[in-house]
Structures are given as C-alpha cells and as structure tokens.
Design a protein around this ligand. Structure first.
Ligand SMILES: [Zn+2]
Ligand SMILES: [Zn+2]
Length: 121
C-alpha cells in the first residue's frame, strides 16, 4: 500500500445563493472519504476543468476541520434526486433546495453510499 493521499474534488452549489464551489475530499479506506476543505470556483473554470471526469461510489463524511460551504457555512451536502448534482446542506435537515435545478427536496435522509462525479484535485 502506498501512503500517498488520494484526493478528489466534488463540484457543489450553495443551496442558498447558487454559487459554485469545490469540496476537496480525501479517501480514508474502502469507500469512505472525508471532506477536507472548500473553496469558491468560478463558472468558467468549472467548465474547463472537467469536474465530472471521474465517478466514485462513496460515503463522504464531514470532518471537524471542514469549514463548510464557503458562502453559507453548511457543513454537509445533499444529492438532488432530480438532477443528480450536489448542494450544500445541514445534517439533520429534511428539506433543501437544489442549487442546480431548484428542486425542493422534502425527504432527505441518509441512504448510504452515493455515486458521485468528481474531478482531479
Ligand atoms: Zn451554501
Ligand atoms: Zn437538482
């Protein structure tokens, strides 16, 4: 085994102001990944960098050091059942609005591993 860190970036939108940001996640073991930090990404850069090049199946955890969404500080994310994209979210809230397609989600619950599109860190 190598000790090199495996990191990917999740492309996310703020559920409040719809702005784009990236979440860097690091692989811990098997399908478990930790959220490390986030940073705003502009729309043009997101298009050119291919943040959907890779697909992973992962359980992603918010760590104590993760500062949350760069815009509204929510420390987790939720995947929209409509468009499949992710938006910032607060664990325990059962509702949210997708920052991508505007779908109002009313039945949010933990459902295990998610298939996620990622880009290279
Ligand atoms: Zn947000
Ligand atoms: Zn959506």
């Amino acid at each position: 085994m190598t000790s090199k860190k495996i990191a990917q970036v999740l492309l996310c939108r703020c559920s409040k102001n719809k702005n784009l940001f990236g979440i860097t996640i690091e692989k811990r073991n098997d399908d478990n990944w930790d959220m490390m930090y986030s940073y705003p990404i502009d729309e043009e850069r997101a298009k050119s960098e291919g943040f959907d090049m890779t697909s992973i199946v992962a359980d992603v955890y918010s760590t104590a050091s993760y500062g949350g969404c760069p815009f509204c500080k929510q420390t987790n994310f939720v995947r929209c059942g409509g468009c499949g994209q992710i938006s910032c979210h607060t664990t325990g809230n059962t509702t949210n609005t997708c920052g991508w397609c505007g779908t109002h989600m009313t039945d949010i619950a933990y459902r295990g591993k998610m298939k996620l599109k990622t880009g290279e860190d």
